[in-house]
Design a protein around this ligand. Structure first.
Ligand code: PMP
Ligand code: GLN
Length: 390
């Protein structure tokens, strides 16, 4: 064959997550690279899934998702954010947030439309937008505050801009957007008549007594924002591949049509289980965030003891370090080195920039802390021994 492949995908390196996970397995390192919990989510949810698989039905569910789960998503919006959502027209169940994002971009963008990303950004956005024919306009968040600058956002918006992608709490930075930053986005969206794709998969993981604020709750945002959540993150069940989108009815219809031809439906038995998950009491959600906050503090102190300077982590299950604190100046080489030699894997922050952004910072690495305390302690011991000899 002499025909070429689609360079949007074939021209990209392999995703950093499987790359680092494979290396970690090969050298038997503790994997704090790819983000996934090492303990599965609530047994009540898994029991319902098992029961639903055994008792069925196990056939196609409605394209939009099961009524039970859509009602649970609508109730969740009311319970946590006071949003009044019509379950049957304003929610959509998707096969993980990843598929929801792809459906959103395919449903909204036509070739030549511009989409604004705030860098660093989750790695799926760029190829998904480019595969839909969208043109990226990238706004860099500047370290160490990584704060969104209103003028920088404004400068990236043109006549052709159709949407902005916002991720809060933020992977990889662990940053939660302030109200002032949300207002910058809302103001730009209102003035330029833009959609905003809000990746809120870490909505239940905001620490230190703070709460997540969806951009959708700000004035004028209800009809132009779509928010995406993930059962993978909210219930530590990343393998379930169940996500959910909340948006106004016309947006949901547009995205549902793309979803129909991407995934068609998501697994019905797992949807039943996730519906039960969303209906769990405050005790689950409170314990989940408290437990993850303890893990954050445990790893942060372990990294500090190893001489690694940590950046603030307000949400998600990721913490970023400045590798210059241990003499590093190349994040990719650093992550490879600690995986192979200290036997602890992390991921380089430069992987969260577009491949064309050759000036991306190279001095940050991300560690994932959704692991059992003894695993975090052992990782900390290994890093301390490696960097300090102690
Ligand atoms: N967005 C962000 C910011 C993520 O970190 C992830 C996955 N870790 C996803 C989307 C994809 O979520 P899912 O596993 O539900 O597809
Ligand atoms: N989102 C997870 C992370 O940032 C990984 C998901 C994946 O491997 N696609 O680590």
């Amino acid at each position: 064959m002499t025909r070429s492949f689609n360079p949007v995908y074939s021209g990209r390196p392999e995703s950093i997550f499987p790359t680092m996970s494979k290396l970690a397995r090969k050298v038997d390192a503790i994997n704090l690279g790819q983000g996934f919990p090492d303990e599965d989510g609530p047994s009540e949810i898994r029991n319902i899934a098992a029961q639903a698989i055994l008792e069925g039905p196990n056939q196609y569910v409605p394209v939009e998702g099961t009524p039970d789960l859509r009602e649970a998503v609508a109730r969740d919006n009311k319970r946590f954010y006071g949003l009044d959502i019509d379950p049957m027209t304003e929610t959509l169940v998707v096969s993980g947030a990843t598929e929801g994002l792809a459906a959103a971009f395919q449903g909204l963008l036509v070739p030549g439309d511009e989409a604004v990303l705030l860098a660093p950004f989750y790695e799926s956005y760029a190829p998904q937008i480019e595969a839909a024919g969208g043109v990226l306009r990238i706004v860099d968040l500047e370290p160490p505050s990584w704060r969104l600058d209103a003028d920088a956002l404004e400068a990236a918006i043109t006549e052709k801009t159709k949407l902005i992608v916002v991720n809060t709490p933020h992977n990889p930075l662990g940053k939660v957007m302030s109200m002032a930053e949300l207002e910058i986005v809302a103001d730009a969206a209102r003035r330029h008549d833009l959609f905003v794709v809000c990746d809120e998969v870490y909505e239940r993981l905001v620490f230190d007594g703070e709460r997540h604020t969806p951009l959708m709750t700000l004035p004028g945002m209800r009809d132009r924002v779509l928010r995406i959540g993930s059962a993978g993150k909210t219930f530590s069940l990343t393998g379930f591949r169940i996500g959910y989108v909340t948006a106004s009815a016309p947006l949901i219809t547009a995205i549902m049509k793309a979803h129909t031809h991407l995934a068609y439906t998501s697994p019905g038995p797992l949807e039943a289980a996730v519906a039960a998950g969303l209906n769990l009491g405050d005790d689950y959600f409170d314990a989940f965030v408290a437990d993850m906050q303890k893990k954050r503090d445990l790893l942060a102190s372990g990294l500090a003891a190893a001489g690694l300077e940590t950046m603030p982590c307000e949400g998600t299950y990721f913490i970023t370090v400045d590798i210059r604190s241990v003499g590093g100046d190349d994040d990719v080489a650093f992550c490879k080195e600690i995986t192979e030699k200290a036997k602890v894997a992390a991921v380089p922050i430069s992987a969260f920039y577009h491949p064309s952004q050759t000036g991306a910072p190279r001095n940050y690495a991300r560690f994932c802390f959704c692991k059992r305390p003894e695993v975090l302690e052992e990782a900390s011991r290994r890093l301390k021994a490696y960097f300090t000899g102690a």
